[in-house]
Design a protein around this ligand. Structure first.
Ligand code: C2E
Ligand code: MG
Ligand code: MG
Length: 590
């Protein structure tokens, strides 16, 4: 090779080297700017990122991570990353873990500069150099909000949104725990108190649901204030509250809690400047024996509550086994009633109503009987209360009306020339307050062809006065059908006399107890006289029920009572016997 050739070769080699160097510099520049972009991106991230050396010293941390822990970035550089962890154990472990498994993900607690802790999700990864691991990158996600949301979800699932009290699920959990403790600890007793506000429905209906809700919140607050911290307090829904009273010594302990509750609620509540008085009924089940399931305790507390309610407002009752037996018997009777209805075992008997002046029969009262397959002919007092309680009285009651209207229509057709009889049918409170009661009665009248003007609906004073305002509205709707309305068992309820004229009532039926007292009990005749005078003042008629003797009849005639009914005239008759009776009394005279 000549010199010039050699020089040329060297120069092109040099050019190649220079080109390579130039390329390398561009690559380095590009890598550097990529790195800068990356660093910028990491600094902008909301997730915390920290790079430590293999000994755990912080080489880099982004502002998000530093802020999360309450430090400026500079203060963290060069520090031990373990100072950010709430547990020493954890930070020591972390190095070993990462070394072992390379990527390590865990939920743990971190510490802020001010010493407070917060939940985090940490993910650590090894950074590899040409000769092996050189650093650890850890991303840090603050879990405070997520944990709070999770906690909230759990809270919501276990608490009543209105009062914030435990709900049924949480109560069951508490009951389970107490049952477990009772199994382990021989002399540990607890009680379940089921509380129900008396007449809450009325308050809700008349004042509105928002008002009712406010009342429930205030009741919950007041009761909460008097409970021991160990007692659980739950709302099951509506106006039903449950208190789980822990560690009572005996039944008296439970009674004491019940009395305390009742006394607390006795003072009025003020809502929207209105004073509201509430009273509560309480059913109590004590964990004395035999309970294995929370549902059993709640069932028995509920039975005791129902019993307490039958004794009137503001009572409490402790469950006992007799109550259980009674409940079972009632359940059987309920099933029996249903079957009786299906198998058409009910009958209507008829008792004549007589004009005391002329002695003529003016009408018939339909009275329900149950031809029971094994127990014989049953009078209403043997099954009516269960029918009322279960609501079956509605179905049975409308059947009575249909049957009696049909029967009386037949009598009318049979005796076309005779004066029209009135038909009196008893309606339960649960019937006449049904929103579609008037419609139901209207369609029964249509289907039987019975004239509304001859139909009398009897409602007891007690049923009317129980919820006077709704009853008044319901009676006005019935009156619009052109039927007559009679107030039954008058004198046994608590009708305020000044209130009476506001109801569209045509006739008062004086209760049997006053008639039977005539001549035997002092004052009875006076009461009857007063009722008759009152009725005359209000332009109402009077019927005396349960006349059994001549003496009673004479006295009632003297008092100018309009109409009477009772065994002295006729006992209630089955439909065939009643037909025979009417045939033999062509002019309906006595
Ligand atoms: P009530 O409507 O006051 O009926 C009068 C009750 O007195 C009837 O009892 C009748 O048999 C009885 N009675 C009539 N005269 C005499 C008498 O001289 N002496 C005695 N000791 N009793 C007499 P019953 O039939 O046992 O009915 C009892 C109650 O059951 C009725 O009282 C009424 O409130 C209710 N009831 C009867 N049938 C029905 C019905 O279909 N529906 C509803 N909701 N209640 C009914
Ligand atoms: Mg009656
Ligand atoms: Mg009566």
């Amino acid at each position: 090779m000549s010199l010039s050739e050699a020089t040329e070769a060297q120069s092109s080699e040099l050019t190649a080297i220079l080109e390579k160097l130039e390329q390398a510099e561009t690559g380095r520049q590009q890598a550097l700017s990529a790195l800068l972009r990356l660093e910028r991106a990491v600094e902008m991230m909301h997730i915390g990122v920290t790079i430590t050396d293999l000994d755990g010293k912080i080489l880099f941390t982004n502002p998000a991570d530093a802020a999360m822990h309450g430090y400026p970035v500079e203060e963290l550089l060069g520090q031990e990353a373990s100072m950010l962890s709430a547990s020493d154990e954890h930070s020591r472990q972390s190095m070993e873990q990462v070394a072992k498994i390379r990527v390590w993900e865990r939920e743990t607690l971190d510490t802020r500069k001010d010493g407070s802790t917060f939940p985090v999700l940490l993910i650590s990864d090894i950074v590899e150099g040409p000769d092996g691991p050189v650093a650890i990158v850890t991303t840090c996600l603050n879990l405070t909000d997520r944990k709070r949301a999770e906690q909230q979800l759990i809270e919501d699932a276990l608490h009543d949104p209105l009062t914030g009290l435990a709900n049924r699920s949480l109560l069951i959990h508490h009951l389970d725990r107490s049952l477990g403790r009772a199994r382990r600890q021989k002399n540990y007793l607890f009680a379940v108190l089921l509380l129900n506000l008396d007449r809450f429905q009325v308050i809700n209906d008349s004042m509105g649901h928002a008002f009712g809700d406010q009342l429930l919140v205030l009741v919950a607050r007041r009761l909460l204030a008097c409970l021991r911290p160990t007692d659980a307090f739950a709302r099951l829904g509506g106006d039903e509250f449950v208190i789980l009273a822990e560690d009572i010594t005996n039944e008296t302990g439970a009674t004491r809690v019940a009395n305390r509750m009742r006394d607390l609620l006795a003072a009025p509540f003020i809502i929207d400047d209105k004073e509201i008085f509430v009273s509560t009924s309480i059913g109590i089940a004590v964990s004395t024996s035999g309970y294995s399931q929370p549902a059993q305790l709640l069932r028995d507390a509920n039975l005791a509550l129902r019993r307490a309610k039958t004794r009137g407002k503001g009572n409490h009752e402790i469950f006992d086994t007799a109550m259980h037996q009674k409940a079972v018997a009632l359940l059987e009777l309920e099933t029996d009633l249903r079957r009786g209805l299906e198998r058409e075992e009910f009958r209507v008997f008829y008792q004549p109503i007589v004009s005391l002046k002329s002695g003529k029969v003016t009408g018939m009262e339909a009275l329900l009987r149950w031809q029971h397959p094994t127990r014989g002919l049953l009078a209403p007092d043997q099954f009516l209360s269960v029918a009322e309680e279960t609501g079956m009285i509605q179905e049975i009651g409308w059947w009575v009306l249909q049957e009696a209207c049909g029967q009386t229509k037949k009598w009318e057709d049979l005796r076309a020339d005779a004066p029209q009889l009135t038909l009196s049918v008893n309606l339960s409170g649960r019937q006449f307050t049904q929103p579609d009661a008037a419609k139901t009665i209207g369609s029964i009248l249509d289907s039987t062809g019975f004239d509304a003007r001859h139909l009398v609906l009897e409602m007891t004073e007690h049923a009317i006065m129980k919820e006077a305002e709704p009853a008044k509205r319901a009676l006005s709707q019935l009156k619009a059908l052109n039927v007559q309305l009679h107030m039954d068992d008058f004198g046994t309820g608590y009708a305020s006399l000044s209130y009476l004229h506001r109801f569209p009532i045509d006739t008062l039926k004086i209760d049997r107890s006053f008639i039977s007292g005539i001549g035997t009990r002092l004052g009875s005749a006076e009461i009857v006289r007063t009722i008759i005078a009152l009725a005359k003042t209000l332009d109402m008629q009077v019927i005396a029920e349960g006349i059994e003797t001549r003496e009673q009849l004479d006295e009632l005639k003297d008092l100018e009572c309009d109409l009477g009914q009772g065994n002295y005239f006729h006992q209630p008759l089955g439909s065939d016997a009643a037909t025979t009776f009417l045939r033999s009394h062509p002019d309906f005279s006595d």
